[in-house]
Design a protein around this ligand. Sequence first.
Ligand code: SF4
Ligand code: SF4
Length: 210
Amino acid sequence: MKYIANIIRILFLALFIFLLANGKVVLWLALFGVSFVVTLIFGRVYCGYVCPMNTLMLPIEWLSKKFKLQTNKTPRWLKNGYFTWITLVISVSVMLLSKRLLHIDLPVLPFWLVISVLVTLRYKPEAFHNLICPFGALQRTFGQFARLSEKVDKDVCIGCKLCEKACLSHAIVVSSEDKKAVINTALCHQCTNCRQVCPKSAIHYGKHGI
Ligand code: SF4
Ligand code: SF4
């Protein structure tokens, strides 16, 4: 499963680079638009398997940990969650103004690609995914209504927190009250990392809320 997921990610990254090299990155934005419908049904699979930023962040996260560059801290000014909406407004404004005033399609995605790599060198991936990424702000909005998602069988969960540690987007948390894991579909990228480490096989993909 892990290898298949990585092959899918690499294929989409190659498609992104191909479109970028041929000046057609605007087609990627069309793909992103379609992803909202997909998110409403299948959850944030765009973020987990298609997004070039996420694909690059995976090895960068590994490197950051290996060379002990990563910190658990998150800058205080990011914590209120507003910044991700500010980045969205700035990104859309830059795209619209460059089109109207300069008559060019200014690709903002490559810019955010560089930022995602730089941020992940120092901070946990959840900082970029949940607090900075302008595209993530929209994906979160649609993700909370996902019809299908990874979900936890509370009767089986023993609250060991292994899933919490494996999740790169802080989408699964063991409740301090009942000691059972819960997945937040707004944050979940449907990557299955949690499912792969669960010693009780308590996590499955299926209809959300049932
Ligand atoms: S890894 Fe499995 S058993 Fe452990 S807390 Fe997560 S869902 Fe529960
Ligand atoms: S580790 Fe589990 S909860 Fe976290 S993003 Fe992946 S599938 Fe979702």
